[in-house]
Ligand binder design. Structure first.
Ligand code: KIV
Ligand code: ZN
Length: 395
């Protein structure tokens, strides 16, 4: 119970998002990287959705050995049979079957009664268990489902043979305290007979916070995606969940099996396969996640990186922190960069170089190494003069 399983759905829920579709060879390459990353469960696709999805799930099932490979299936006979065929040859196959349980989905989308939804869920799990030992059931739109009904469904699917019960916040509607409360009720309902899982979407920017609240309430599987890609605003980001559990071990006392040094490589590989990069300020994997521009921060970093960094970038596979030289930077960082570039500066040259640097930085978003080298060389030769503005900066 001190281990949280990481269920990666980059290749299924992630791929469903706009601009994220991937070819079969891309999915195979990413699956190998996700295995190297150490995910416990790799959801490879939705086999009944298309021939391409079937082929991707089938190829991944035959190659991946250390992670369980999951195929998604609606609570329908044909979907479950297709998923079981796609998973043929998997070392650890999992059928992940789902049906929506909320009032709005039952009445407006499915046009089914509570009893019909309950029966479909139970029948789907029973059928899936004829093919595989490992069956996960998801109650789609769980967070807008009547809690008593959700618990009734959870108990019934466990009785039918599900070993994981997933509580999806399908529309990203929950807030952490409420979500934690709901997960606690499901944990109580299944009473240790199945793993409770959480699956959060980021419509309100709360997917990671909600996932962690779920873990606090007893969930021991988190469903997430690399770079947080996924339907609409995305899913909980794997790197955020994993690093939160690791950096705040003091709060959670839980571990994952993720080799965190593979996080950045996984993020890069995904960005190369889809049409967009993570936003620059994206936690853990964004271009600026370990970049410091403000003079006061750079000064602190040069003295002890723990002043402004809660993680060592190397722990997530990022080669090093960056001190970005821009108009907020100070003399310490400029002197440090000049020596890194092979041009150490004495105090006089530093003042000249700093004045020239600030004049340039005020006109630009940042100053490149080439520009810095050129201005520090000129300062070292005594060519630049000190401006008033440069003198006023203090760091
Ligand atoms: O968001 C959701 O409800 C899903 C389920 C299929 C698990 O992706
Ligand atoms: Zn989802």
């Amino acid at each position: 119970m001190d281990r949280v399983q990481i269920f990666d759905t980059t290749l299924r829920d992630g791929e469903q998002a706009c601009g994220c579709s991937m070819t079969v060879p891309e999915k195979l390459r990413l699956a190998a990287q996700l295995e190297a990353l150490g995910v416990d469960v790799l959801e490879a696709g939705f086999p009944a959705a298309s021939a391409g999805d079937f082929d991707a799930v089938s190829g991944i099932a035959r190659r991946v050995r250390s992670a369980s490979v999951a195929g998604l299936a609606r609570a329908r006979t044909a979907d479950i049979e297709t998923a079981s065929r796609a998973l043929d040859g998997a070392a650890r196959p999992r059928i992940h079957t789902f049906i929506a349980t909320s009032f709005i989905h039952r009445t407006r989308k499915l046009r089914l009664s509570q009893q019909e939804v309950l029966d479909s869920a139970v029948n789907a799990v029973r059928l899936a268990r004829r093919y595989v030992d490992d069956v996960e059931f998801s109650a789609e739109d769980a967070t807008r489902t009547e809690p008593e009904f959700l618990c009734e469904v959870a108990r019934a699917v466990v009785e039918a043979g599900a070993s994981t019960v997933n509580v999806p916040d399908t529309v990203g509607y929950a807030i952490p305290v409420e979500f934690g409360g709901l997960v606690a009720r499901v944990v109580e309902a299944v009473a240790g007979r199945a793993v409770v899982s959480v699956h959060c979407h980021d419509d309100l920017g709360l997917a990671t916070a909600n996932s962690l609240a779920g873990v606090r309430a007893g969930a021991r599987q988190v469903e997430c995606t690399v770079n947080g890609i996924g339907e609409r605003a995305g899913n909980a980001a794997l790197e955020e969940v994993v690093m939160s559990l690791r950096v705040r071990q003091d709060q959670f006392g839980l571990e994952t099996g993720i080799r965190t040094r593979e996080i950045f490589a996984s993020s890069r590989m995904l960005a190369e396969c889809i049409t967009f990069e993570p936003q620059p300020n994206k936690a853990v994997v964004g271009r600026n996640a370990f970049a410091h521009e403000a003079g006061i921060h750079q000064d602190g970093m040069l003295k002890d990186r723990a002043t402004y960094e809660i993680m060592d970038p190397k722990d997530v596979g990022v080669p090093e922190s960056q001190l970005v030289l821009g108009k907020h930077s100070g003399r310490h960082a400029l002197r440090y960069r000049a020596s890194e570039l092979g041009c150490p500066l004495d105090d006089g040259a530093l003042e000249r170089a700093y004045a020239a640097f600030i004049a340039l930085a005020d006109r630009k978003k940042w100053v490149s190494n080439e520009e810095i080298l050129s201005l520090v060389r000129r300062a070292a030769r005594g060519e630049a003069s000190v401006s008033r503005e440069g003198m006023e900066r203090t760091e």
